[in-house]
Structures are given as C-alpha cells and as structure tokens.
Design a protein around this ligand. Structure first.
Ligand code: NAD
Ligand code: GLY
Length: 379
C-alpha cells in the first residue's frame, strides 16, 4: 500500500513522497517543483563510480546539465547517452546503442542509470538496466506528465516490436522516481493533453472522487498550474502504487491500469508508431472501451457521455482513426488479438463495471465490431 509523507525542501513547492511497497524492491516517488535544483533529493541512492544519464535530443539541452549538477557530488564519473527522440525509436536497435555505450564506459554492476525524459526514455532505460550484466540499478527522472503519473512508476520496461507495442520487455523496478514538476513548464500542450489521458484513467477504474476533482480543475491542469499538477501527480501515483503493490506482475488486478490501452495500442500500431501519441490512443481508446462497457450493460449512456466530454475537454481525440481502408474493424481486431492481455487468441478488454470499478473480460467479436464502427470516423 502507498503512504504519503510531506517534507520541506528548498524547492519552490511543497514536496510530497509516495512510497511503493514491494518488499525489498520498495522505493519512493518524490514529487515537487524544483527538485532537480536540490542534490539532496538523491541522498538515498548508493554511491558508485559511474552514473550514466540516458536521455534524448530534446530533453538533454533542457535538463541534462541540471541533473549532472545534482549528481556531481555523488558520482565521480557521469556519462550521458543522448538517443534520438520519439516513439519510432523505441526499438531494439536504439536499445543496442545504449548497451554499446554502457560497455564503452566500462560500466559495472554498481553503475547507476538515470532515465531523464518521458515514457519512451524511461521504458528503454529501464529495460537496458534490467538486461545489462543481468540487472543494474536505475532511477527514473520523468519529465512528461504521462511519465510522472504512470510510466515511471511500477517497473514495466519495454521496447516495441514491428508486430506490437511493448512486446519485448521486463518487469524491473527503479531505485527511486523523482518527479520535478518544474520540468513540465516546457512540455508542449499536445504532450500535456497526452499525459492527462493517463490521469483521467484513474477515475473510472478506481476513484470517482478523483474524476470529479479532474473535471473541476482541468483548466488549471492544462494551464500548467503547479498546485493542480502536484495533486494530479500525487493522487495518480498513490493509486498506481496501491495497484502495483497488490499485483506487481499483472497476475490480475494490475490489468485495470490498461483501461483504454487495448484499443489505444491498436490505434498506435495501426497508424504507425509515433503518428498518434500514446496518450491520444489511450484517450480515444477509453471512449471505445467505455462504449463497449455500455453495450454490455455495465454502465449507462450518461457515464460514457461524461467521460467522452472530459477527454475531449482535455484536448484529446475522441473519434477513432480508420486504420484499414477495406476492413477497419477487422484490422483493429487483428491488432488487439496480439495484445499482451489476450489469452489463446481471445481479446480481454478492461471494461468499466459501474463507475469507479474495472473488470477484465472478453466480448463477442460482433459487438466489438459494432463499437469500432460507431466510434471511428466514417469511411
Ligand atoms: P515521450 O517519451 O515520447 O515524450 C513526449 C515528447 O516530449 C518527446 O518528444 C520528448 O522528447 C518530449 N519531452 C519530454 N520531456 C519534455 C519536457 N520537459 N519539455 C519538453 N519536451 C519534453 O512520450 P510520453 O508520453 O512521455 O511516454 C509515452 C511512452 O510511455 C510510450 O512508449 C508508452 O508505451 C510508455 N508508457 C509506459 C508505461 C509503463 O508503465 N511503463 C505506462 C504508460 C506509457
Ligand atoms: N501502465 C500500465 C501499467 O503500468 O500496468
């Protein structure tokens, strides 16, 4: 279970700590504005001869030096690996360049990797840390809203394969997560909206009071208000910590965190990775999954309309793209059969079973086709 501890720091907003309880793999998520101005935020880390920051061409010029300054007192040698930006580089080839660099820098089992960037960097760095010398320590320093509320927490690491999203990966937990809310000030509005999709997700699956709060504070969130973002990141991390603490390896409960993702991943893969942002696919995918829930009699039309309206207000697409000119629904079904939750070729959907409660179950293909036809742009 998660716990919250408030503490004072020199940063310009109250810092909060959410702890994720996983026995000897437990760790803290530190949340606050200006945390990367305070080297003490990393005081709990082990000392090592070498630290390697993995980042990309967009984030390095913005925050690379800030992180190096923070780490300078702890690590005698700090190297930086700068990867190309974007989901279309989240693949085995790019991962291999990280391994090449770690070997060239003489990294050993005590070397610490730092993932500085959004979810793409976090997922790839975590996977590199899981594999190199059979596992070396790593720290998540997420700089997108999506990464702060979701991808940096819980230890899912991966790269994409041409046949599917995040097909190659490992469960591997970081030593610490440091969410500096100040880094969100440079995030483009489209990326902010993508992150809001994962924030909104936590309401219908677990906490309708949080959904009420998001509806009331959406404009502040979109405007980058620090207090609103601090609450959104903290509450999201609390919920994620609670779910992951109960089911780290997705034997059951954790699958609810994939609400909207089955349809969303099909959109991402069907359009070509990087065309739709992950959060955009999830936003639109939640509308499709909620519609499927309604057609199965699990929620009423008012609930679907409410969720759709909030997703639209967040700046996210609510109409699914056509991913095949001939058999659009068939292509969605084909891609969704490759989803990691599928069993024996049967797609298992995360559905809303009454507001605030999610279940995972199959649905008849014919009904899913109807939902896809109803939710996608006309031919
Ligand atoms: P991203 O990592 O591509 O980042 C979005 C864009 O913002 C990139 O261009 C990036 O360079 C840029 N950027 C990052 N920080 C910035 C900043 N502070 N200022 C300006 N620009 C900045 O995308 P994302 O939305 O962060 O993450 C999406 C990825 O996360 C997907 O690959 C998805 O599969 C993965 N994901 C993983 C999990 C998990 O549990 N591991 C959960 C959700 C999503
Ligand atoms: N983002 C889904 C999960 O972490 O399980």
């Amino acid at each position: 279970m998660s716990s919250v501890i408030s503490s004072n720091t020199p940063a310009d907003a109250v810092a909060t700590r959410v702890s994720i309880d996983l026995g000897d793999r437990s760790y803290d998520i530190d949340i606050g504005a200006g945390l990367l101005a305070d080297p003490a935020v990393f005081d709990g880390l082990p000392r090592a001869a070498v630290a390697v920051i993995v980042t990309n061409t967009v984030v390095e010029p913005l925050y690379g030096q800030r992180l190096r300054d923070c780490l300078a007192g702890r690590f005698p040698k700090i190297h930086t690996v700068v990867l190309p930006d974007g989901e279309d580089h989240k693949d085995w080839n790019t991962l291999n360049t990280v391994f090449d660099s770690l070997a060239a820098y003489g990294c050993d089992r005590k070397s610490v990797l730092f993932a500085l960037g959004g979810g793409v960097i976090g997922d790839m760095t975590g996977f590199a840390a899981a594999c190199f010398m059979r596992g070396i320590p790593f720290v998540q320093v997420p700089t997108t809203l999506l990464a702060q509320v979701d991808s940096s927490v819980g230890g899912k690491t991966a790269v994409n394969h041409p046949s599917g999203k995040n097909l190659l990966g490992a469960f591997y937990q970081p030593l610490q997560v440091v969410c500096d809310l100040s880094t969100l000030r440079t995030l483009p509005p489209r990326e902010m909206s993508a992150g809001l999709a994962e924030v909104i997700k936590y309401g219908p699956i677990h906490d309708m009071a949080f959904l009420d709060w998001i509806e009331a504070h959406l404009d502040e969130l979109r405007a980058g208000d620090t207090a609103a973002l601090a609450h959104a990141v903290r509450r999201s991390c609390e919920i994620k910590a609670e779910v992951v603490g109960a089911d780290e390896r997705e034997a059951g409960l954790r699958a609810i965190l994939n609400f909207g993702h089955t349809f969303g991943h099909a959109i991402e893969a069907g359009m070509g990775f990087g065309v739709w942002l992950h959060g955009e696919g999830v936003g639109c995918g939640m509308v499709m999954a909620a519609t499927l829930s309604q057609r199965l009699g699990l929620v009423d039309a008012g609930f679907v309309a409410r969720l759709r309206s909030l997703i639209e207000r967040a700046g996210l697409p609510v109409i699914g793209p056509r991913i095949d000119a001939v058999d659009n629904a068939g292509r969605y079904l084909e891609l969704m059969r490759g989803d990691k939750k599928s069993e024996g070729g049967e797609i298992r959907f995360v559905l809303i079973d009454g507001p605030g409660r999610a279940i995972v179950r199959p649905a008849p293909d014919a009904l899913v086709r109807e939902v896809i036809d109803a939710c996608c742009a006309p031919a």
